[in-house]
Ligand binder design. Sequence first.
Ligand code: NAD
Ligand code: ZN
Ligand code: ZN
Length: 344
Amino acid sequence: MRAVRMTAPGVLEQVEVPTPTPGPGEVLVRVGAVGACHSDLHILDAGPGVFPTPLTLGHEIAGTVDTVGDGITGWSAGDRVAVYGIIGCGTCRGCLRGRENQCRKVPVGGIGLSRDGGLAEYVLVPASRLLPIGDLAVTQAAPLTDAGLTPYHAIALARPALRPGTSCVVIGIGGLGHMAVQILAATTTVRIIAVDSNVAALDLATRMGAHHVVPAGPDTVDRIRELVGPTPDGADVVLDCVGVDATLTTARTVVATGGRLLLVGLGGGTLPVRPVADEPPTVPFETSVEVPFWGTRAELQEVIALSRDGLLTADVQTFPLERAPEAYDLLRAGEIHGRAVIVP
Ligand code: NAD
Ligand code: ZN
Ligand code: ZN
């Protein structure tokens, strides 16, 4: 079968590989669509030894069941599915609580991260990773598994603060951010303020339900403060889907005293935390900082339900498998709006 693999750190190429055969408990999925996540660029950039090579990338997968291994009940050829990407150990405290995204033995493990992913004609997955998608288009279902699930989980963590009359700032309106805006619009009554450095991303935010858009730049903090009030008032929740120094500075500067900072973007920035009373603190008092990772299987089921109910629609741009490297180049250049989805 054809697959697009990281054959060495930083090298992405299309190759021919044997089609895998499902073992006991496994299912071979015919990949219908796979989202191109910015995390794949971080994987490519990670340097030797961090991720295995060769590695077929792609952790946002939807398709149909092709063949099932021994001992599988409940799934058969032709079933339309989304793939939950995390494979926890199943026995640690996090996994036992249903939070495989907190697995203590395999902290960043999963399909397309620690084993071959979906940028291929077929992908092998444990049957327990499958969720039914009904008649949802595979190009819609694929981005739900991460671009939808990750902000859904982050917003769930902050839900007690997302009360009527409060504001949520979403920074970075790309694959994750444009889904975050819709999830906030569909499940809360908060005022949604979208921030991005790209004008097209801000247009997308408005179409997705943002009440205000603010271009990233020297005036960002002032512009947000005009909307939410000056410190110690501010945004009750800030969701940073970029995670570079500039966005983390904006985030901590506009968050309210007692607010919540959700750091989702893995852009490599640093958030300083220095509790002090006699000068502006780095993070306001009573503010909590969370670093969410992906989400749970139960949350993915809820995200799929939101989408099937018409409340969550990924803005997708599709590419055939042979153009996957080009899709990643465009993503790196900031020229993908919404989500690039590869259709093998
Ligand atoms: P993306 O490239 O689709 O979107 C990023 C957006 O941020 C773009 O619209 C871009 O214009 C904007 N942006 C970039 N720099 C900016 C700046 N300085 N100020 C304002 N806006 C800026 O990326 P994505 O796929 O949505 O992923 C976003 C981040 O989230 C990545 O770092 C990714 O690795 C990370 N991620 C984290 C998790 C997790 O579980 N924590 C899961 C998935 C992705
Ligand atoms: Zn991802
Ligand atoms: Zn575990």
